[in-house]
Ligand binder design. Structure first.
Ligand code: CA
Length: 361
């Protein structure tokens, strides 16, 4: 008995000693503070998008008790709005907040992690990337650039965009100079339009001065704040080109690897929180803004004719086939995307599609 008690006490003593050792070592590490910079594509503090970046930084700071501080810079404050990916790749800054389709010039496969015309909606994109194997592929696509991607937000189904002439047939796209990024832009080009990429802060001026004929941006909540109703007559729906656009949070590999595991987990948790916050923010505020556009600003709301959407959809397939035929990584990603889309599409026949016919109270 005595011997067992002695051993037991010894055990407790050893454990206490170990704990003591641990508590002596841990604070030294816990006190290390990380001060990071996050550059964004958005005008500073832009509602929902810039705000999402600001909130992410706030949540990281709160969750880490100030051990990881992220300073957010609006587009152009530190690097140009579309220079975010380069800055993170080069390690000039630790983090970026943007949208993957802007990096098509680096790697065409990036577009599938942002917005696919006539593709998955927000629910589907979240399911594919977070639960259906998409993230592993996204990490693979960004690995050569030493960038780690995280999902940081979603716009939901976007609006079709702002036009000064009506779109009645597919021929109305001929010669149309439209600000529209990603795969959607390639579809517009296939329809005979001229797709251009202009960062958010410059769109209004370009539209107002006639440098571009049309633009898409996000949806009513945002588009109202951007003032597009002052420069265009018609507001079209639906946003066939961006049915559930993902906003990305990127981390440079060197910066990521330098973080202890608990801070890495905090960054991931704050990104998850940002992702769901942003989708909710757009969903909660879009209709009120739409009503202001209709009733106060007398904007003419138009639907793309189904015959036009049908042609655009066939062009979207052609555009994607051309990309995957030239780029093996895009092929690998798109095949996974398509398989997942078919899977959730099958399930949706019994759920979402049925529900559309008898919603709401
Ligand atoms: Ca858009």
């Amino acid at each position: 008995m005595k011997r067992r008690k002695f051993i037991k006490n010894l055990g407790i003593g050893a454990a206490a000693a170990a704990t003591g050792l641990a508590t002596r070592v841990a604070p030294a590490r816990a006190q290390k503070k990380y001060n990071w910079k996050m550059v964004t594509t958005w005008p500073p503090h832009l509602p929902a998008l810039g705000e999402g970046a600001d909130l992410f930084a706030q949540w990281v700071s709160e969750m880490s008790n100030g051990r990881l501080n992220v300073t957010v810079y609006g587009g152009g404050e530190l690097v140009p709005p579309l220079g975010v990916f380069d800055a993170v790749t080069q390690g000039t800054v630790e983090m970026g907040h943007s949208a993957a389709y802007y990096w098509v010039g680096k790697t065409p496969a990036c577009q599938f992690f942002c917005a696919v015309p006539f593709g998955l909606n927000a629910q589907g994109m979240n399911a594919w990337i977070l639960n259906g194997g998409g993230m592993k592929l996204w990490e693979e696509v960004y690995a050569p650039f030493n960038v780690k991607p995280l999902l940081g937000g979603n716009s939901g189904v976007q609006a079709g965009g702002w036009f000064n002439k009506e779109i009645k047939t597919i021929d109305d796209y001929k010669g149309l100079k439209m600000r529209i990024p990603g795969l959607g832009g390639k579809v517009v080009a296939k329809a005979g339009g001229n797709a251009v990429l202009v960062a958010g802060g410059e769109i209004f001026t370009n539209l107002d001065r006639g440098v571009i004929d049309a633009t898409e941006w996000v949806g009513p909540y945002h588009d109202l704040k951007m003032g597009f109703y002052k420069a265009a007559k018609y507001y079209y729906w639906p946003g066939w080109h961006e049915p559930g656009t993902c906003i990305e949070i990127t981390v440079g590999k060197k910066a990521w690897d330098s973080l202890p595991k608990d801070l890495q987990a905090i960054v991931e948790a704050a990104a998850y929180k940002s992702n769901i916050w942003m989708l909710g923010e757009f969903e909660a505020k879009n209709n009120a803004a739409l009503q202001v556009l209709i009733n106060k600003h007398k904007v003419s709301i138009k639907q793309f004719p189904p015959s036009v959407l049908k042609v655009l959809k066939s062009y979207a397939k052609e555009v994607i086939e051309e990309i995957v035929s030239k780029d093996p990584m895009s092929k690998k990603v798109y095949e996974a995307f398509l398989k997942f889309q078919n899977d959730v599409g099958e399930w949706a026949k019994y759920t979402e599609e049925q529900y559309q016919t008898f919603k709401y109270l």
